[in-house]
Design a protein around this ligand. Structure first.
Ligand SMILES: [Zn+2]
Length: 450
C-alpha cells in the first residue's frame, strides 16, 4: 500500500513544544526494540511496527518483492486471526469518525524500511498488540490473496507512474539506476511482479520480518506499566530471527556533469531537477549537507527573484551511515520562460557555499533548531500551522518521525548533538567544496512540450 505520510513529516520538525512527554525504551530478550511514548491530551494510540527491510533488499531478479511482502503481511491470516481480520479490526476501531480507512491504518515500503501502523482507541490497545504479536509470529498466505495482491501491486505502481511528477522521477531514476534509488519507489513492473511466487514472499518475511530486525512503537495515551506487561507477555516468546546484513548503496561522486532535457506527455507543467551525489564519508559531512539544504530552502523562500507560485522540494537524503546520499532539488515551474533563469540562479547559490557558506550567527540558530529535532521533542499540536491537518494524521506522522529517528540513530542522539556542536563555517565550506561543484551536478529539465 502507499500513503502520503512522508510528505508532511518535514513540516513538523521545527514546530515543537517545550512540554515534555514521557518516553521509555526497552529491548526484549528476542532483540525486539520497543519505544513507548506517552503524549498528554492524546485520546488515541498509534501502534507502529517498523522493519529494516525495503526495496534495497529486493534481489535483482525479484523486483517488487518487498512491496508485495508488505501487502501480504498486512492482510494474511495468522494463527488466531482470519484473513483481513486485523485490517478490518483497525478500520472499525479507529475512533476517528469519517476518516479514510487508509489514513487510520496503512503501511508503506520505502527504499530502506517498511512500516505498518494503526490509530486506535486506547481501550483496544491490548487487542492490537495481540494481533501484532500474532502476525509477527508468522502468517499463512492463501493463493487467492496472493493473486489479488499481485494485481493490486501492479495497479498501484501503474497509478504512481502515470502522474507527471513520478514520470519525471522515473526517467531520472532510470538514468542512474542504483545511484539514487529512493527517488521513486522501484516496486517492480507487471512482468517482475507476475514472476514472484508465494515461496519468495515467505522467504522474505522469514528473513526480515523478525523481532531482531524490528522496532515496535506505541505512542499516545496509555498506562506505561500495563502496556509494558502486555508487550512482554505477547512478544517475548516470538523467535528472534537475525538482524540482516544489507549491501551499502555507495554512489560515485564527481562522475561528471550531466544536463538533459525531456518532453513529458500529458504534463501541464515543467519540472527542474538538480542533484549532487554527496556526503556519507562522515557525520560532519552529513550535518553540513543538512544545514546547506535548509539554507538553500530559506534563501529561495526569501529571494523575490525566484518564481513564487510553487516552492521546490529540497532534500538531503542518506539511507544509512554507510551510504552515500544525494542533495536533491525538484521544482515545478509553470512558466516555461523561467526554467533556465531559475536553474542558473539556484546553481549560482549552491556553488557559493564553497566560498561563503553561512554567517556565524545564523549557523548558531540552525544548530539550535536541529539539536531540538535530534532530541525528538513532541510537536506543538496546538500550533495554528497544524490546524488544517486532522489530528490522527499529525500523530501518525509524528510516530513515523519518531520511528525513523530511532531506526537511524538508536541511542546515538547524544553523538549527533555533540557533532553538531562542533560544526563550524569552515566544516560546511569544505563539504560544499568537495561535493557541490560544477563537475558533480546533474541537471534534468522536463517540459510540457507545449
Ligand atoms: Zn502497496
Amino acid at each position: 500500500m502507499l500513503n502520503q505520510l512522508c510528505s508532511i513529516v518535514l513540516l513538523m520538525g521545527p514546530l515543537i513544544t517545550e512540554a515534555n512527554s514521557e518516553e521509555e525504551k526497552l529491548v526484549l530478550g528476542n532483540k525486539l526494540k520497543v519505544v513507548l511514548r506517552k503524549i498528554d491530551k492524546c485520546e488515541c494510540v498509534i501502534v507502529m511496527l517498523m522493519f529494516k527491510a525495503g526495496i534495497r533488499d529486493d534481489q535483482k531478479d525479484k523486483r517488487g518483492l518487498s512491496h508485495l511482502a508488505e501487502h501480504l503481511y498486512c492482510y494474511s491470516a495468522t494463527k488466531s486471526f482470519k484473513e483481513k481480520e486485523v485490517w478490518n479490526y483497525y478500520i472499525q476501531n479507529s475512533g476517528v469518525k469519517g476518516a479514510n480507512p487508509y489514513e487510520v491504518s496503512n503501511a508503506e515500503t520505502t527504499h530502506d524500511f517498511t512500516y505498518f501502523y494503526a490509530v486506535i482507541r486506547p481501550d483496544n490497545l491490548g487487542t492490537a498488540l495481540k494481533m501484532e504479536a500474532d502476525r509477527l509470529n508468522g502468517i499463512q498466505i492463501s493463493p487467492e490473496l496472493f493473486k489479488d495482491e499481485v494485481g493490486r501491486a501492479v495497479s498501484e505502481m501503474d497509478n504512481v507512474r502515470s502522474r507527471p511528477l513520478n514520470k519525471a522521477l522515473a526517467i531520472f531514476d532510470s538514468m542512474y539506476d542504483k545511484e539514487f534509488p529512493n527517488l521513486i519507489s522501484k516496486c517492480g513492473e507487471e512482468d517482475d511482479l507476475k514472476t514472484l511466487k508465494i515461496e519468495d514472499v515467505k522467504d522474505f518475511i522469514n528473513k526480515f520480518y523478525k523481532p531482531a530486525n524490528a522496532t515496535l512503537l506505541v505512542i499516545g495515551g496509555f498506562d506505561f506499566d500495563e502496556v509494558k506487561n502486555t508487550i512482554k507477555e505477547y512478544f517475548s516468546d516470538i523467535p528472534s530471527g537475525e538482524q540482516q546484513e544489507r549491501a551499502p548503496v555507495k554512489t560515485t561522486i564527481n562522475s561528471g556533469a550531466i544536463e538533459k532535457s525531456f518532453e513529458l506527455e500529458q504534463a501541464n507543467t515543467n519540472y527542474l531537477t538538480i542533484t549532487f551525489p554527496a556526503g556519507g564519508d562522515s557525520l560532519s559531512e552529513t550535518l553540513s549537507l543538512l544545514i546547506i539544504n535548509r539554507l538553500l530552502f530559506m534563501q529561495i523562500q526569501t529571494d523575490s527573484n525566484y518564481p513564487k507560485d510553487t516552492y521546490p522540494i529540497i532534500e538531503y537524503s542518506q539511507f544509512s551511515k554507510e551510504d552515500r546520499g544525494c542533495l536533491f532539488i525538484m521544482w515545478e515551474i509553470k512558466n516555461t520562460k523561467l526554467l533556465n533563469e531559475t536553474k542558473s540562479r539556484v546553481l549560482k547559490s549552491i556553488f557559493k557555499y564553497s566560498e561563503n557558506p553561512i554567517p556565524t550567527d545564523q549557523l548558531q540558530q540552525f544548530k539550535f533548531m536541529m539539536s531540538m529535532e535530534f532530541k525528538v521533542q513532541d510537536p506543538n499540536f496546538d500550533n495554528p500551522a497544524f490546524a488544517q491537518i486532522p489530528f490522527h494524521l499529525l500523530i501518525a506522522n509524528y510516530a513515523l518521525q519518531r520511528a525513523i529517528f530511532s531506526y537511524h540513530y538508536e541511542d546515538t542522539s547524544d553523538e549527533l548533538i555533540s557533532e553538531l556542536d562542533k560544526m563550524t563555517v569552515e566544516s560546511i565550506q569544505s563539504t560544499a567544496k568537495k561535493y557541490l561543484t560544477s563537475k558533480n551536478v546533474k541537471t534534468f529539465i522536463f517540459t510540457t512540450g507545449k
